[in-house]
Design a protein around this ligand. Structure first.
Ligand code: LLP
Length: 409
C-alpha cells in the first residue's frame, strides 16, 4: 500500500475508490504485492535454518490467494475437509497440505490421511484410533498443548492449560504408551500458541517445551511452532520483531538439532502475518446520524462481513477515502445489521458524508472467511491485485446463491 499525504492510498497504482465504483460496494480487495512481501520477510528471518511455511488458510481461502501462495513456495495448513478441498483445487497435493483438526469426526481424518496429508493428532482418542487404523503405515504428527498463555485476547489463546486444543504436555508418557502399543510413526511435534503474539518470549518458551518433548521421540523430522505473529492493526503499533525472533529461534533450533543428532525441519503456520495487511474492506456510508449523544456513521456492511471488532473488540483502522482532507470529527462507525454491530467507537475521521467510501484496513485475514449471511445479507465480491492488474476473484453473492440449499415444502 502506498499511503498518500492525505490518508488515501493506492495499491500498485490502482485507486480503491475506482474499484468500488466498478465492482460495487462493499468490496474486499487484496494486494498480492503485500502477500509476497510478507512471505519474503518470514523466509528472510529464518534463512539460516531449514524452515517451511504452512499458510493457515483459515485466514483467507480465496482460491486465487491460495494459488499465489503456491506459486511462491508456501504450503498449506488446513483444518477442515473444505479447506483441504480448496487446497487441492489451488493445485496443492499430498503432504503439501497439513491437516490440523480440532476434535473432528475420525472420518475427516481418514479422508485427509488417504489424500496424503500429514495429520496433527490433537487427542489421545484420535491417537488410539490412528494407531489401530494405520499402525506404522502412515506418518503423523502430535499437537502438544504446552500450557503457555499468550495471545491478543483470551478467545484467541490456544495453548493455555484450559484450552481445548492439543494433548497436554503433561500427558507425554501416555502419548508414548499409545505410540509404542501400535508402533505409530510420529514424524513431528506441533504446537500453536495463539494469535496476535507480539513478544519473542512466548515463542521461545514454547520452542523450548517442544524441544524438550522432542527428546522423547527419536525419529522426528519436523517441529511445527504454529502461527500467531502480531501484525499492526493500529498504525505504529508494535509488531513481532521477525528479525529478532528469527535469530533467537534459529540459534536455539540449531543447538537442539545438534543435541538431537539430526537435521530437522522447522515449520510455521501463520495466517494473519501473511494476509492481514494485504486486505481492505471497502464500504460506502449510508446514513450519517447526528444524535445528541454521538455522531453515528452507518455503512453498507456489518458484522456479517467483518466480525472481528464485535467478536474480539479488535481495532481496525478506518480511512475516509472520499474526504481525506476533511475536518476531523469523532464518530461511532456502525453497520446495517439489526444487532449492535459497532466497528469503531469515538473514532476521529475526516468529516463523513453520506455516500463516502471508507476503507477498513487489515481485513485480509479472518474477514470474508468469518463472514455470514445474517439478516439474509449477501457476501461482498473479492478483488486480487497482482502484477499491477486488479482481477475479480469472487463475484458478489446473489439471493439465488442463498436459496440454492433451501427446500420449499
Ligand atoms: N495454526 C493453528 C493451528 C491455528 O489454529 C491458527 C489460528 C493459526 C495457525 C494461525 O494463526 P495466526 O497466524 O493467523 O494468528 N479469528 C481470530 C484468530 C484466531 C485464529 C485461530 N487459529 C482473529 O481474527 O483474530
Amino acid at each position: 500500500m502506498q499511503l498518500t499525504d492525505q490518508n488515501t492510498f493506492t495499491l500498485q497504482g490502482i485507486n480503491p475508490v475506482q474499484l468500488l465504483e466498478q465492482y460495487g460496494s462493499p468490496l474486499y480487495v487484496y494486494d498480492g504485492a503485500t502477500i509476497r512481501r510478507k512471505v519474503n520477510e518470514l523466509q528472510h528471518a529464518f534463512s539460516g535454518i531449514n524452515m517451511k511455511i504452512k499458510y493457515a488458510c483459515k485466514a483467507n481461502t480465496n482460491l486465487s490467494v491460495l494459488k499465489l501462495m503456491r506459486s511462491i513456495g508456501v504450503e498449506l495448513d488446513a483444518v477442515s475437509p473444505g479447506e483441504l478441498e480448496m487446497g487441492k483445487l489451488a493445485g496443492y497435493s499430498g503432504n503439501q497440505i497439513t491437516f490440523t483438526p480440532s476434535g473432528v469426526p475420525f472420518e475427516e481424518v481418514k479422508a485427509a490421511v488417504e489424500a496424503g496429508s500429514i495429520v496433527n493428532i490433537d487427542s489421545i482418542p484420535l491417537l488410539e484410533w490412528f494407531g489401530k487404523t494405520y499402525g506404522n503405515t502412515k506418518p503423523c504428527m502430535i499437537r502438544i498443548k504446552p500450557n503457555v498463555a499468550a495471545g491478543g485476547n483470551i478467545k484467541i489463546m490456544t495453548a493455555h492449560a484450559d484450552s481445548k486444543f492439543g494433548i497436554s504436555v503433561l500427558l507425554l508418557d501416555r502419548i508414548k504408551e499409545v505410540v509404542a502399543k501400535y508402533d505409530i510413526k510420529i514424524i513431528g511435534l506441533h504446537q500453536h500458541t495463539g494469535s496476535d503474539i507480539k513478544d519473542a518470549e512466548p515463542f521461545l518458551q514454547v520452542a523450548d517445551i517442544l524441544f524438550e518433548a522432542a527428546k522423547q521421540f527419536p525419529d522426528l523430522e519436523i517441529l511445527d511452532l504454529g502461527g500467531g505473529f502480531k501484525v499492526s492493526y493500529l498504525p505504529g503499533d508494535a509488531v513481532t520483531d521477525m528479525e529478532l525472533l528469527g535469530n533467537k529461534i534459529s540459534e536455539r533450533f540449531k543447538t537442539f538439532c545438534n543435541e538431537y543428532g539430526r537435521e530437522l525441519q522447522l515449520w510455521f503456520e501463520p495466517g494473519k502475518f501473511l494476509v492481514s495487511e494485504a486486505g481492505y474492506l471497502l464500504v460506502k456510508t449510508t446514513v450519517v446520524k447526528e444524535d445528541p449523544a454521538r455522531n453515528f456513521v452507518h455503512v453498507d456492511s456489518g458484522l456479517n462481513h467483518l466480525i472481528r471488532p464485535m467478536m474480539y473488540g479488535s481495532y481496525h483502522h478506518i480511512l475516509n477515502l472520499s474526504n481525506p482532507a476533511g475536518e476531523s470529527k469523532p464518530y461511532n462507525v456502525v453497520g446495517y445489521i439489526c444487532e449492535t454491530d459497532t466497528f469503531a467507537t469515538d473514532r476521529n475521521l475526516p468529516e463523513v458524508r453520506p455516500g463516502d467510501v471508507l476503507a477498513f484496513l487489515n481485513a485480509g485475514a479472518y474477514g470474508l472467511t468469518m463472514s455470514s449471511n445474517y439478516n439474509t445479507r449477501l457476501r461482498p465480491a473479492e478483488i486480487l491485485i497482482d502484477n499491477g492488474a486488479a482481477k475479480l476473484v469472487r463475484r458478489r453473492e446473489t439471493l439465488e446463491d442463498l436459496l440454492r440449499t433451501q427446500i420449499e415444502i
